[in-house]
Write a protein that binds this ligand. Structure first.
Ligand SMILES: [Zn+2]
Length: 176
């Protein structure tokens, strides 16, 4: 099946008027920060996004993202693959994000640029980064270090390195 590449930037208002519905992929190699946060990422990020006007006439675009990344287990240092999945619902705002007052809580504000466009590439990359686990760990049954080893203190959980992007996740939570 041919992979349809999503545009990196779109005008969300025009797209909503046209009720655009994108199903396709974005090349993960264009997501530099995501690549820095993982050992490797699938070549493609699968994305589905629908643009529409809600009952109040607000422009929204919502959908989901999915890809696979390879992470390092903070318990045994082994690599493992992790399915990244994220659902989103954004609403474009003009200017600073303070203008999001009046937006329903379920809508996350995104700023449009001077051309009235939003960068799907950037928004989706941010979305995937904050979907990464705060501490990357194997499922217990797959981990080379068993729970019993842990209880003998061979590995101090305090040494588990938190995901550097965890702070972003916290920031985002505070804003909600
Ligand atoms: Zn492990």
């Amino acid at each position: 099946m041919q992979k349809v590449k999503l545009p990196h930037s779109v005008d969300p208002v025009k797209s909503a008027v046209k009720r655009s519905d994108y199903r396709g992929v974005i090349a993960s190699k264009d997501m530099v920060r995501l690549n820095e946060a993982v050992v490797s990422c699938d070549e493609w990020v699968n994305a589905e996004v629908q643009f529409e006007k809600d009952a109040q006439g607000l422009t929204v675009f919502h959908g989901h993202l999915q890809t696979q990344v390879t992470l390092i287990c903070q318990r045994c240092n082994g690599e493992f693959t992790h399915d990244l999945y994220s659902e989103f619902c954004f609403s474009p705002v003009q200017g600073q994000a303070d203008d999001d007052e009046g937006l329903p809580e379920a809508y996350e504000p995104v700023e449009v640029n001077d051309h009235g466009e939003v960068s799907l590439l950037q928004i989706f990359e941010d979305e995937l980064i904050i979907s990464l686990p705060i501490v990357a760990l194997h499922a217990e049954k797959d981990c080379a270090v068993s729970k019993d080893d842990m209880s003998f203190g061979k590995i101090d959980p305090a040494n588990e390195r938190p995901n550097p992007f965890a702070v972003l996740k916290e920031l985002k939570r505070d804003q909600e």
